[in-house]
Every structure is written in structure tokens, then in C-alpha cells.
Ligand binder design. Structure first.
Ligand code: HEM
Length: 538
């Protein structure tokens, strides 16, 4: 049934998919700028698109086979991951393997083989050669849950025509900074609540200055912020008493996150073994049920409001969700799936980055003062920044970029190749799973001098010829399948960090030792970050 349903959806949407394909073809071949604008692709990305695919035929040098590629064996991977808890050290293993095997290496997990790419130029080559609908790796368990439960796939889990159609709808709405600038006031209201929350939490601490485990606060800020944009309503995450249904959602998210290892096993454990080891798969499905249920409540509520407004003959105005519900470019199941996946993708990613950013500011007081000086000079004392002000705050933007370089929330990403490629002198056949090693390229001296230093200034262009962007650090991915929520996340982070820096001096609490990173699906702090937020004298 589920298969028939997705087939029917693909059939219904194939016209639009075809149209998008044509647009992309046109983009590659002829009217690059106009089509890129329509598709929300930046000029730099546009220039890079349409690079000729590298195939054995057009490479002069001797092309080596995958057999000749170095890399760890199945046995050493099993020991590393299952015996030495490698799942929480994926970022470190990337670095170790790069040192041992070089810029490109293969890893075996039994019959499964993954080619890892740990070099910015090779990454650039692979990502620039991507076709119109790149395929993400390891989404089988997500798809299986959707098939079993009769739910649709959202942007993260969809592929092919289905993905193209939904991406086409969403990218028109949120891909460019100017698209999300309209949410500035909504986000600033959430920032107001964040600041109030800081006061409340501080007042509960013994020294009257400490916020314990700042990630907990930023998690609620990120959830409130992204929901204000996606659901067009407030959830009350930053209140003292969190509403019941919001609390249930947080529990479902925590289950998804805390049971990450088990959900990884959920994907890895063959179906026939599930009756013997049922817990991982059951937890995985139960957390998805909770996430979908919550989205459904909010989407249905907005739908009822819209219908009531229409009945009363009122004009319907609203944001992202209203647009999706009114235009019906996606059906209702697709809308549920997309808001669910976007909320899931938008909370931990943003909160970890905010936590790391504040931690780095506390560790580097001189940088914090430099940014404070910039903010005060650009805005005047105490003024509330909006999206329009952000271009005048290059160090705030540099702070976010540098934080994501040192702690890329997604330390690696996956792709299935859709064409034969030659990368780093090796022939990689179509259908190979690639691991894109963003963590190791971010910390590579070749791309970033003084790679371990925290230096937001490195992202400031000195003149128009100075190119500070490079494939070494692409925390939101690159190109047509990159993060669709990037501009939302940046808006939330820029406005929150600007206000925090204006109001407080951020100091590491004596209770916070040197905080290391661990991989838990995402790259997150291995121990809680406690910070003192001391009022600045305005
Ligand atoms: C610091 C914050 C964030 C970071 C670092 C981040 C990073 C990423 C990365 C690396 C990808 C994969 C891109 C690729 O495969 O090439 C991705 C995909 C995605 N992200 Fe984000 N993300 C963040 C915040 C958000 C937010 C706030 C939302 C939603 C409002 C969001 C929604 C998505 C979605 C839907 C996808 C799948 C896109 C597709 O497959 O077309 N993300 N993100």
C-alpha cells in the first residue's frame, strides 16, 4: 500500500519534477543566473555547477581501482566501533584514518563498503559533479518507518522526483537571507524570552550568575524559534511551566536523540534479527510517532484557523505553514512530514552551535570584547538587531562560521554516487556510498592556518578578491541538496548571540572543565557547559 501511495505521489508530481529538471538543465547550459535565482542557488554555487563529470575516459593519468585504495579492514572497524565505542568518536576516527590512509580511503563493514573523502579539493570535485537530485546515504530506516506507518517522506528522507518537488516548493520560501528576514520580529520575540530565561536560571543558581548546562536552555530557544517560523505559533518552551504537549514532544526528541546509538543499531540490525533484539527498532518508531503526532496537532490547528477565516470571508495571511496549506503545492501528508523533519533537523543543530559559540567566547575573552565593540559601534548601545543589521556585523557572522568550523554539528555526511567518478585517481563506480569527512577538512592546516585556533576574524574578507569560503568548512553542505534551514538557523543564531553579547559578559564557570566534543549522531559537548552570564553595564 505504502509503495502504491508513493508511486501515486510521484506520478502526480512528475510534471513539476520534469519542469524542475528542465530548469536545472537550462541552468547548466544556458541562462545560468535567472534560473539560479528561481531555484535559490548562489552565484558561487552556480559557477561551480555544470562542471564536467570526471570519468575514466577524460582523465589522463592511470586510474586505480577501489581494490587498490587503502583503508581499515572490517575487523579493525568492528574493534574500533563496537569494542572501543567508536560511535562516540567518529570525528576523531576521521582524523586518525586520514593520517593513516590519506585523503581518500575505504572502510569495510562486512559486505558494506564506504569511500571516505577527507580533503577539501576532492570534496569540491565530488559535490560540484552532483546531479539535479543527489542521494543521501543511510536513510533506509527512516524510509521503512514511513512505509510501515503510512506516512510521507519529508525533505531529509525523500529522494528523486519526490524530493525535487518538495525542495522546489520550500526553497522558494526560505533559502535566501531576504526570504527569512521577514521572520526577524518573531525570532526577536523568542530572543526576548531567552534573555528572561537567563535571568530566571541565574537567579536560581547559588552565585546568582550561573546558567547550568546552557545547552538545555539553547535547546528550548532553538525549538521555540524554529516552531515560531514553522508552525507560526509559540510553544512555551522557555516558560517556567512548559505546556504538556510541548513537554511530550521534547521527550520524543530526547528519546530520538538519547537512543541514537540504539537507533543506529535499529538501522544496522537486519530485519530478521528484530524479534530477538526488538528494543532499538521499537524506540525508533515510538519517537517518530511522538514527533509526527506533535506536528500534526499544530498543522491541523493552523488548517482549522485558516478554514474558519475563509468561512468568515477574511483574508488569510501568514507565514511558511500558511503558504503550504493554502497553495497545496504539497499534499497534507507531505506537509506533516516536512514540518516534522524540519523541526527535528533544526533544534539540536542550532542549540549545539549556540552552546559551543558561548563556550568559545568564554574561553577567549579578548575575542568576546572585540565582537562586543563591533556590535556596539554598529548598532549603538542597547539597540535590538534585526536581520537587516546582520551584514553590518561581520564578526557575529564570523563567530557562527568559526564555531561551525571547529565544531561542525554534522561531522560527516553521506552520499550515494549517481555516476561513475574518478576521485583522487581512483575509479568509483556509480552506487558507491561516500562519507564526506567535514570534521577533518575543517581542522586541516592546508585550508585553515592555525586550524585549532578560534579566530572569527578569519572569515572577514579583506577585499573583493579575497576568498574566505572554501570547501574545507561547509557545515550546511553545498549545492542543491544543502541544508534548507540554513538561513533560519543563521537568523536565530545571529540575533541570539548579538543580544547575549550586548547584555552579558560570558564567563566559563569554575565548574566547567575543558569540554571535549563527542559524536552522538551530531557533534555535541561531551560534558555539560556551565557559564556565568554577568550583566554588562550599559
Ligand atoms: C546550525 C544549524 C544547522 C546545521 C549546521 C545544519 C546542517 C545541515 C547539513 C550538513 C545538512 C545536509 C546537507 C547535505 O546533505 O548536503 C542539512 C540538511 C537539512 N537541514 Fe539543516 N542544519 C542546521 C539547521 C537546520 C534548521 C534550522 C532546519 C529547519 C528549519 C534544517 C533543516 C534541514 C533539512 C530539511 C535538511 C535536508 C535538506 C534536503 O535534503 O534537501 N536544518 N542540514
Amino acid at each position: 500500500m505504502a509503495f502504491l501511495k508513493s508511486f501515486a505521489t510521484v506520478y502526480r508530481t512528475s510534471f513539476q519534477g520534469e519542469r524542475l529538471n528542465k530548469q536545472l538543465f537550462t541552468l547548466r547550459a544556458l541562462h545560468k543566473s535567472a534560473a539560479s535565482e528561481a531555484l535559490g542557488i548562489s552565484t558561487a554555487e552556480e559557477e561551480a555547477m555544470g562542471q564536467p563529470l570526471v570519468t575514466p575516459a577524460n582523465v589522463g593519468e592511470k586510474v586505480k581501482s577501489l581494490k587498490e585504495m587503502p583503508g581499515p579492514s572490517t575487523l579493525s572497524n568492528l574493534v574500533e566501533f563496537f569494542w572501543r565505542d567508536g560511535f562516540s568518536r567518529i570525528h576523531e576516527i576521521q582524523m586518525d584514518h586520514r593520517k593513516l590512509y590519506g585523503k581518500i580511503f575505504k572502510s569495510r563493514f562486512g559486505p558494506q563498503m564506504v569511500v571516505s573523502i577527507a580533503d577539501r579539493d576532492l570534496l569540491a570535485q565530488v559535490l560540484r559533479a552532483e546531479g539535479p537530485a543527489p542521494q543521501r546515504a543511510n536513510m533506509e530506516s527512516w524510509k521503512e518507518y514511513r512505509d510501515i506507518s503510512g506516512r510521507a517522506t519529508g525533505l531529509i528522507s525523500a529522494e528523486g522526483e519526490q524530493w525535487l518537488k518538495m525542495r522546489g516548493v520550500l526553497r522558494q520560501l526560505i533559502m535566501r537571507p531576504r526570504d527569512v528576514a521577514v521572520f526577524s520580529d518573531d525570532v526577536n520575540q523568542v530572543v526576548d524570552d531567552l534573555i528572561k530565561r537567563v535571568y530566571t536560571l541565574r537567579s536560581r543558581s547559588p552565585d546568582g550568575a550561573t546558567v547550568f548546562n546552557v545547552n538545555d536552555m539553547f535547546f528550548k530557544y532553538a525549538m521555540e524559534g524554529v516552531a515560531a517560523i514553522l508552525y507560526e505559533c509559540r510553544l512555551g518552551c522557555l516558560e517556567n511551566k512548559i505546556p504538556r504537549e510541548t513537554q511530550d514532544y521534547i521527550s520524543a526528541l530526547n528519546l530520538m536523540f538519547s537512543s541514537f546509538k540504539t537507533t543506529m543499531y535499529a538501522g544496522a540490525i537486519p530485519k530478521w534479527l528484530r524479534p530477538l533484539i526488538p528494543k532499538p527498532w521499537a524506540e525508533f518508531c515510538s519517537s517518530w510517532d511522538g514527533l509526527f503526532k506533535f506536528s500534526r496537532i499544530h498543522v491541523d490547528k493552523r488548517l482549522q484557523d485558516i478554514e474558519a477565516q475563509l468561512k468568515r470571508g477574511e483574508e488569510v495571511k501568514g507565514g511558511l505553514l500558511t503558504h503550504m496549506l493554502v497553495t497545496r503545492e504539497m499534499n497534507i501528508e507531505e506537509i506533516y512530514a516536512n514540518v516534522t523533519e524540519m523541526l527535528l533537523a533544526g533544534v539540536d543543530t542550532t542549540s549545539f552551535t549556540l552552546s559551543w559559540a558561548c563556550y568559545l567566547l568564554a574561553q577567549n575573552p579578548h575575542v568576546q570584547e572585540q565582537i562586543f565593540t563591533e556590535v556596539t559601534a554598529a548598532l549603538g548601545p542597547g539597540a535590538v538587531a534585526t536581520a537587516e543589521d546582520v551584514p553590518r556585523l561581520p564578526l557575529i557572522r564570523g563567530l557562527v562560521k568559526e564555531t561551525l568550523r571547529l565544531f561542525p554539528v554534522l561531522p560527516g555526511n553521506g552520499r550515494i554516487t549517481q555516476d561513475d567518478l574518478v576521485v583522487g585517481g581512483y575509479f568509483i563506480p556509480k552506487g558507491t556510498q561516500l562519507a564526506l569527512c567535514h570534521y577533518s577538512t575543517s581542522l586541516d592546516e592546508e585550508g585553515f592556518a592555525g586550524a585549532l585556533d578560534f579566530c572569527p576574524e578569519r572569515w572577514i574578507r579583506k577585499d573583493s578578491t579575497d576568498r574566505v569560503d572554501n570547501f574545507g568548512s561547509i557545515p550546511f553542505g553545498y549545492g542543491i541538496r544543502s541544508c534548507i534551514g540554513r538561513r533560519i538557523a543563521e537568523l536565530e543564531m545571529h540575533l541570539a548571540l548579538t543580544r547575549l553579547i550586548q547584555k552579558f559578559t560570558i564567563v566559563a564557570s569554575p565548574l566547567t572543565a575543558d569540554v571535549k566534543a563527542k559524536t552522538h549522531g551530531l557533534l555535541c559537548p561531551a560534558s555539560p557547559i556551565h557559564l556565568q552570564l554577568i550583566d554588562r553595564e550599559n
